[in-house]
Design a protein around this ligand. Structure first.
Ligand code: ATP
Length: 937
C-alpha cells in the first residue's frame, strides 16, 4: 500500500489517503475493511461516523449580513433621503432632519431583517428535501441519508442518482457519470473497473465516481473512500457558497417602477420648491416642503413588502408540500395555464396490485389489494386454486426479473424498490409461491436494469437444472417484438393487452429464453429476439382521490391538466377518464407525436389531454409546442431524462420521494409528497401571493400620493399668515407631522397585508397573464381616487376645525395645532379603514372573514397606540407641535376617515357589476383565453 500523496489536478493540498483510483478494487476494500456483498455492519458504520463526521459539505449562506445591509442602503432612493436629512439639518430644521433619518433607518432595518430572514427561510427549505443513498449494510440493501455515509460503505448507483461521496467502483454496467460539477465537462464520462495511472487527473480517473456528480446511465456498485470535506468536491470548494437569489421578475419590475416614481417625485419636489419661493416662503421653508414631499411620496417600504410577501408564499407552499427551489416560481405559478403531469404516483397512488394473469392457455384473476398476503388466485370460471404450470412459470419470471424486495411488517409487506415490481412479488406470494425460495433456486447471474426509454428489464438466471435462462419483462409491444413466431398469435396477445389496459391496468409481459450454462453475462444482442412469451400480468393503480378534486379545481381555475405517461394508451385513457382529464378525447401516443410536424403538434397539444407511451424527449417537444401556443407550462418529471423538459417548462416540478437527484436539481419546485394535489395547492398559493402584493401596492401608492397632495395643496393654495410681524405659511400638516405618518403608518399597515389569507374566488378566476403590468389600470385608478379622497378629507377637516376654533376665540397657535393634529389623525384613521378595505380587492371585508388575518389587527393596535402618544404625550406635543384632542374631535376624525369605506365599497360594486356583465357576455362560464403574447421559456 502506498500511503504517499497522489498527484492531483490542482495545487491545493490533498486530503490524506491512498491513490484509490490506481488500486485494484480488492485492495481498496481490504484497506477500508469492507466487503462487497455485506457492506459494513451497522455498528461499524456508526463508529466510523463518529470518527469521520457526517458526509456533508460546509455551506456558507449567500451574502454576508454586511453585504445585505449595504445592498439596502445603496439605492438611489436612500441616497435622496439621506441628502434630504442632511439638508434639513443644515437648514436648522433639526427635528425634521432627524425624523427623515428615522424614516430611512427604520425602512433600511426592516428591509434588511426581512431580506435576511427570507433568504434564511428559503435556504432552510431547500434542505428539507433529504438526499438519500442506497447502501449495503449487514448484507441488506437499505436507503440511508447521504449525510450518514462513511468510508467503507458499499453504495449502489443507478441512473439519475447523485453520487453521494467519492467512491471506488466495484462493479459497473454501462455506467456513465456526468462530472460537470467537478470538472466542468458536461459530456458524461464512461466508468470502468480497471485501475488508472496514479498521476491521472480527476477527469481521467475512470475507476472512481466523485461526490456531487450525477449518474446519467447504467448502474454500479462502489465503495466509499472519502466523505464530506475530504471529497474532491469538498477540496476544491471548501466552502460552498449558495446564494439565494431573491430577485424575481416582479421585484425587477417594481425596482424599475420605483426608479420612475422617484424620478418624477424629485421633479415635482423641485416644482414645489419653485412654487414655495414664488409664493413668499423662505428658502428654508421651501426646501423643507420639497424634502418632505420627496420623503412622503416615495414608497420606501415597497421592496421590503415584496420580499416579505414572496418569502411568506414560499413558507406557505412548503407547508402545503411544495418546496420552492427558485423564487420566481412563486410568481409564475399564479399565471400557470397548463399543468402536464406524470401519471404513476402523481395522479395515481402508486400502489400497484396485480389483478389479472394471462398465459397462452389460461386466464386468471387475483383478489386482494396492495402489498398484503391476503388474496386468492382463481382461474376463469373455476373456484380458487393453485396456479397451473404455465401460470407458475409466469409468476416466477416476474419474481426473478425483479429488483424489488418485500419485508413482512405488522401483517403487511413493506416494499423496497419499484412499486410495479413489488406488485409482481405480492402476486406470486398470494398464489402460494415463495419469493425467497425462487430467488435462491434460480440465482441471478447478470441483469440489464429497467430504463424508461427501453421499457424492459432482463436478467440471466440459473434455470435450476444445470442450464441458464434469460428472462425478459416489460411493455407488451416491446417484449412481443422479441418473441419467436411459433408462440401465440401476436394479434391475440395484443387484443388481450387492450382488454386489460382498457380496465385501467398497467400490463407487463414476461418472456424467457434458454441459454447454455456457459453463458456468462448479458450482452445487448442477447435480448434482441428468440424469446418465448410466458404471459401477461395486469395491475391496477387507482387514481388518488385528492387528485380527482385537484383536477376539478384546476379546471375551474382556467388551468388545463394534461397527463403524460409511459403507460399503454388504453391504460392512460381509462385512468384519464376516471380523473376527469380525458374529457371524451383519445390518448395520443409517443409514436404518433414523433411523426407530427410542428404545426400539427401545436394543434394536437392544445386539443388532446392524454399522452401515452411517451418518452422523455417527447416531453420536451410537448412543452415547447405548448409554450409556442402561448401557454405557461408546469411540467412534472422524475427520471434522469426528464431534466431538459423540467428546465424548459416555465415551472419544472420534481418528485421529492421517487424523483431522481438529477430531476430535483433541474426543477423549480419539489413536491415532498409526489402528489398532483400539491401542485394545485401551490398554484393557489402563487395566486394568493400575487394578490397580496397587489393589495400592498393598492394600499401604499394611494396613501403616499395622498400625503403628497395634502402638502402640494397647502403650499400652492393656502394663505401665508402674518402673525406678530412674522410670516407663517398655513399648512394642513407640518412637514414633521407628515413624516410621522410616513414613518409609522406605512410600516404598521402595509406589512400585514402580505399575510392576508386567500380570497374565496382565488381558484375561480382565469390565470393571470404573465405580461400583465404590475401597475394595472385598477391600481392606477385606485391610487388617484384614494389620494384625492384622503387629501380632501384631511384638508377639509383641517380648514373646518381651524376656522371653528378661531371663531370660538381660540388663540391662532392653538387653533392651528389642534386643526393640524386633527388632520394627521384623520389621515391615520383613513389609512386604517382603507387598509381594512384593501384586505380584499374585489369582495367586502366581511366575505373574507373580518378576523381571518390577525396580523392586521396587531398592526392597527400598534398604530393606534403610537397615534395616541403623538396626540397626548407632552414630549411628542413638543416635537411635533400637536395639541390634545377631545373625544368628540377624535370621533370626528374617525368619521371622516371612515368615508373611504362607502366610496371604495361603491367602486368595488361597480367593478364587480362590470365583471358580471362580461361574464354574461361569455355565457356565464370561464372562457378559456390563451394569452397569445405570453413570454415564455
Ligand atoms: P408515468 O409516466 O405515468 O409516471 P412511468 O414513468 O412509470 O409512467 P415508465 O416507468 O416509463 O412509466 O414505464 C413505461 C412502461 O414500461 C410501463 O408501461 C411498463 O409497461 C414498463 N415498465 C414499467 N416498469 C417496469 C419494470 N420495472 N420492468 C419492466 N418494465 C416496466
Amino acid at each position: 500500500m502506498n500511503p504517499s500523496k497522489p498527484a492531483s489536478s490542482t495545487d491545493s493540498p490533498r486530503p490524506e489517503g491512498p491513490p484509490w483510483h490506481s488500486l485494484p478494487a480488492k485492495a481498496v476494500l481490504e484497506t477500508l475493511q469492507s466487503s462487497p456483498d455485506e457492506g459494513l455492519s451497522g455498528s461499524e458504520a456508526r463508529a466510523r461516523l463518529e470518527r469521520h463526521g457526517p458526509n456533508v459539505l460546509q455551506h456558507v449562506s449567500g451574502d454576508s449580513p454586511l453585504v445585505l445591509l449595504w445592498r439596502q442602503v445603496n439605492s438611489p432612493l436612500i441616497w435622496v433621503l439621506l441628502a434630504s436629512a442632511a439638508l434639513a439639518i443644515a437648514l436648522g430644521k433639526v427635528t425634521d432632519g432627524l425624523i427623515v433619518l428615522a424614516v430611512v433607518v427604520l425602512n433600511t432595518l426592516i428591509g434588511f431583517v426581512q431580506e435576511f430572514r427570507a433568504s434564511k427561510a428559503i435556504e432552510a427549505l431547500t434542505q428539507m428535501v433529504p438526499e438519500n443513498a442506497t447502501v449495503l449494510r449487514d448484507g441488506q440493501k437499505q436507503a440511508v441519508p447521504a449525510a450518514e455515509l462513511v468510508p467503507g460503505d458499499v453504495v449502489l448507483l443507478a441512473s439519475g442518482d447523485k453520487v453521494p461521496a467519492d467512491v471506488r467502483l466495484l462493479a459497473a454496467r454501462n455506467l456513465q457519470v456526468e462530472e460537470a460539477a467537478l470538472t466542468g465537462e458536461s459530456v458524461p464520462s464512461e466508468k470502468r473497473l480497471a485501475p488508472v495511472d496514479a498521476s491521472a487527473g480527476v477527469g481521467d480517473r475512470t475507476s472512481m465516481a466523485f461526490g456531487g456528480t450525477h449518474v446519467t446511465y447504467g448502474t454500479g456498485t462502489a465503495v466509499v473512500v472519502a466523505t464530506g470535506s475530504a471529497t474532491e468536491l469538498g477540496r476544491i470548494s471548501q466552502l460552498l457558497r449558495e446564494a439565494v437569489d431573491l430577485q424575481t421578475p416582479l421585484t425587477k419590475a417594481l425596482a424599475i417602477i420605483s426608479r420612475y416614481i422617484t424620478g418624477s417625485i424629485l421633479v415635482i419636489s423641485l416644482v414645489l420648491l419653485g412654487v414655495g419661493l414664488l409664493r413668499g416662503y423662505t428658502v428654508a421653508e421651501s426646501l423643507m416642503a420639497a424634502i418632505t414631499l420627496a420623503v412622503a411620496a416615495i414608497p420606501e417600504g415597497l421592496p421590503a413588502i415584496v420580499t416579505i410577501a414572496l418569502a411568506i408564499g414560499v413558507q406557505y407552499m412548503a407547508a402545503r408540500r411544495a418546496i420552492i427551489r427558485k423564487l420566481p416560481a412563486v410568481e409564475t405559478l399564479g399565471s400557470t395555464t397548463v399543468i402536464c403531469s406524470d401519471k404513476t404516483g402523481t395522479l395515481t397512488r402508486n400502489e400497484m396490485t396485480v389483478q389479472a394473469l394471462w398465459t397462452p392457455s389460461s386466464t386468471w384473476s387475483l383478489s386482494g389489494v396492495g402489498y398484503s398476503p391476503q388474496g386468492e388466485l382463481r382461474r376463469e370460471g373455476q373456484p380458487p386454486g393453485p396456479p397451473t404450470e404455465d401460470a407458475r412459470e409466469l409468476l416466477v419470471a416476474g419474481v426473478l426479473c425483479n429488483d424489488a424486495a418485500l419485508r413482512p411488517m405488522d401483517g403487511v409487506w413493506e416494499l423496497t424498490g419499484d412499486p410495479t415490481e413489488g406488485a409482481l412479488l405480492a402476486a406470486a406470494e398470494k398464489a402460494g409461491l415463495k419469493v425467497d425460495d425462487s430467488r435462491e433456486r434460480h440465482a441471478r447471474v447478470d441483469a440489464i436494469p429497467f430504463e424508461s426509454e427501453n421499457q424492459f428489464m432482463a436478467t440471466l438466471n440459473e434455470d435450476g437444472q444445470g442450464g441458464r435462462i434469460i428472462l425478459l419483462k416489460g411493455a407488451p409491444e416491446v417484449v412481443l417484438r422479441r418473441c419467436t413466431h411459433d408462440g401465440p398469435d401476436a394479434g391475440k396477445v395484443l387484443a388481450e393487452v387492450e382488454r386489460l389496459a382498457s380496465r385501467g391496468m398497467r400490463v407487463l409481459a414476461m418472456a424467457s429464453k434458454a441459454v447454455p450454462a456457459s453463458h456468462g453475462g448479458l450482452r445487448p444482442e442477447d435480448v434482441t429476439g428468440g424469446f418465448r412469451l410466458l404471459g401477461l400480468e395486469g395491475m391496477i393503480d387507482p387514481p388518488r382521490e385528492e387528485a380527482i378534486h385537484a383536477v376539478k379545481a384546476c379546471h375551474t381555475a382556467g388551468i388545463t391538466v394534461k397527463m403524460i405517461t409511459g403507460d399503454h394508451a388504453k391504460t392512460a385513457e381509462a385512468i384519464g377518464e376516471q380523473l376527469g382529464i380525458l374529457e371524451g378525447g383519445r390518448a395520443v401516443t409517443g409514436a404518433q407525436l414523433a411523426e407530427m410536424d410542428e404545426t400539427r403538434l401545436r394543434e394536437v397539444v392544445t386539443s388532446s389531454n392524454v399522452f401515452a407511451r411517451v418518452a422523455p424527449e417527447h416531453k420536451l417537444r410537448l412543452v415547447r409546442a405548448l409554450q409556442k401556443e402561448g401557454h405557461v407550462v408546469a411540467m412534472t418529471g422524475d427520471g434522469v431524462n426528464d431534466a431538459p423538459a423540467l428546465k424548459q417548462a416555465n415551472i419544472g416540478v420534481a418528485m421529492g420521494i421517487t424523483g431522481t437527484a438529477v430531476s430535483k436539481e433541474a426543477a423549480d419546485i419539489i413536491l415532498t409528497d409526489d402528489n398532483f394535489a400539491s401542485i394545485a395547492a401551490a398554484v393557489e398559493e402563487g395566486r394568493r401571493v400575487y394578490d397580496n402584493l397587489i393589495k400592498s401596492l393598492a394600499f401604499v401608492l394611494p396613501t403616499n400620493l395622498g400625503l403628497a397632495f395634502i402638502l402640494i395643496v397647502g403650499v400652492a393654495f393656502f394663505p401665508i399668515m402674518r402673525l406678530g410681524g412674522e410670516e407663517v405659511p398655513l399648512l394642513a400638516m407640518l412637514p414633521t407631522q407628515l413624516l410621522w405618518i410616513n414613518l409609522v403608518a406605512t410600516v404598521a399597515l402595509a406589512l400585514p397585508l402580505a399575510f392576508e389569507a386567500r380570497e374565496p374566488d382565488v381558484m375561480q378566476r382565469l390565470p393571470r397573464h404573465p405580461d400583465a403590468p404590475v401597475l394595472s389600470r385598477f391600481v392606477l385608478m385606485r391610487t388617484a381616487l384614494v389620494a384625492v379622497l384622503m387629501c380632501a378629507g384631511a384638508t377639509g377637516l383641517f380648514l373646518w376645525e381651524y376656522n371653528a376654533d378661531l371663531r370660538r376665540g381660540l388663540m391662532h397657535d392653538l387653533a392651528l395645532a389642534e386643526a393640524q393634529t386633527m388632520a394627521v389623525t384623520t389621515v391615520i384613521m383613513f389609512q386604517i379603514f382603507y387598509m381594512l378595505n384593501c384586505r380584499s380587492l374585489r369582495d367586502s371585508v366581511f366575505r373574507i372573514g373580518l378576523f381571518s388575518n390577525p396580523v392586521v389587527y396587531a398592526g392597527i393596535g400598534l398604530l393606534v397606540l403610537l397615534q395616541l402618544g403623538f396626540i397626548y404625550l407632552p414630549f411628542m406635543q413638543r416635537v411635533f407641535d400637536t395639541a390634545p384632542l377631545s373625544l368628540q374631535e377624535l370621533g370626528l376624525c374617525a368619521l371622516v376617515g371612515a368615508a373611504v369605506l362607502p366610496v371604495i365599497g361603491l367602486e368595488k360594486w361597480w367593478r364587480s357589476r362590470r365583471a358580471r356583465r362580461q361574464d354574461r357576455e361569455t355565457g356565464g362560464r370561464l372562457q378559456w383565453r390563451v394569452p397569445r403574447r405570453a413570454t415564455v421559456g
